[in-house]
Design a protein around this ligand. Structure first.
Ligand SMILES: NC(=O)c1ccc[n+]([C@@H]2O[C@H](COP(=O)([O-])OP(=O)(O)OC[C@H]3O[C@@H](n4cnc5c(N)ncnc54)[C@H](OP(=O)(O)O)[C@@H]3O)[C@@H](O)[C@H]2O)c1
Length: 271
């Protein structure tokens, strides 16, 4: 090996490993983010986070970048602390964080169990914030964060009350964090799609009010939504709507009084 090559090899091995962390990677949007970030070669290793370890292993097997399944329940503080410890021990730079773990339930305040309500808030809000705070110290200029919110963030939605409120939290949190990170070169985008064909519907219907929303009209493919999110994030946009439907809802949420929007939703959800 000539001396330049040997020097390059030494320098490369001295550089911290570039890691992309994707939560909710065992299915749906998270899995699709793993697939598309893999093809971008934006990291030396992908860390795939969710509870179902065998599903994570199956996703890892589809990727060309080395992938590490990290089984964790993100409603549990100790599990997130364990991810922080893994980052400390591995001496890495986080180049990508996608917070896609999340779930919703259909039903009203009487039909969604208190346990599901708490878990939704814990995962969609606290888990997302804690994962962000855990990863930020390992990020530098050029790092990218995508927070999966929802078009439900734009308007209050009866019969998806807590879910929509949790996504409004994600959108507001992401926008303010973006300001705080101004000048660091770290780009943060909130993804706000309407319905997507994933495991979401099955989980959402598993409640006593699971059929309060009849049809998920105009559901998009995860591939389309993730492509739009990555492009918006690359363009340094604060929000990715990923569809005209969602962009229209964003506008409606800004200009039409909530009581009118909710009356409209009450009709649409019964169709
Ligand atoms: N699909 C839609 O219509 C839609 C629309 C707008 C926004 N979203 C948002 O998109 C995100 C991804 O959902 P999806 O549509 O891809 O649904 P999905 O296919 O059901 O994926 C949800 C992911 O979250 C993980 N997860 C659930 N509970 C968890 C926990 N306690 N700890 C760690 N991971 C957990 C699941 O993995 P395990 O079960 O293995 O833990 C799974 O990987 C969610 O935030 C959802 O709110 C979805």
């Amino acid at each position: 090996m000539d001396s330049k090559r040997s020097h390059d090899t030494e320098t490369a091995s001295a550089l911290p490993k570039r890691v992309a962390i994707i939560t909710g990677a065992s299915s749906g949007l998270g899995e699709e983010f793993a697939i598309q970030i893999d093809s971008m070669q934006a990291a030396d290793e992908l860390w795939l986070v969710a509870r179902n370890e065998s599903a994570l292993q199956a996703v890892a097997a589809k990727l060309t970048t080395p992938a590490r399944p990290v089984a964790a329940d993100l409603t549990v503080r100790d599990d997130i602390a364990r991810i922080g410890k893994l980052l400390d021990d591995a001496s890495v730079k986080v180049t990508f964080l996608v917070n896609a773990a999340g779930f919703g339930k259909f039903g009203d305040w009487q039909t969604i169990s208190d346990e599901a309500v708490d878990s939704m808030i814990d995962l969609n809000c606290r888990g997302l914030v804690d994962m962000t705070h855990t990863c930020l110290p390992f990020m530098e200029d050029g790092a990218r964060i995508i927070q999966v919110a929802s078009a439900a963030a734009f308007v209050p939605l009866p019969h998806m009350n807590v879910y929509a409120a949790s996504k409004a939290f994600v959108l507001r949190y992401t926008r303010a964090l973006r300001w705080e990170l101004h000048g660091t070169g770290i780009t943060v985008t909130a993804l706000c799609p309407t319905w997507v064909k994933t495991g979401f519907e099955k989980v959402a219907r598993a409640s006593k009010g699971g059929h309060d929303v009849h049809h998920l009209f105009g559901a998009q493919t995860p591939a389309h939504v993730v492509r739009a999110a990555l492009a918006a994030n690359k363009a340094h946009l604060a929000v990715s709507c990923a569809s005209l439907q969602s962009a229209a809802l964003r506008l409606i949420g800004k200009v039409i009084p909530n009581c009118i929007t909710m009356a409209g939703w009450n009709i649409i959800r019964r169709l």
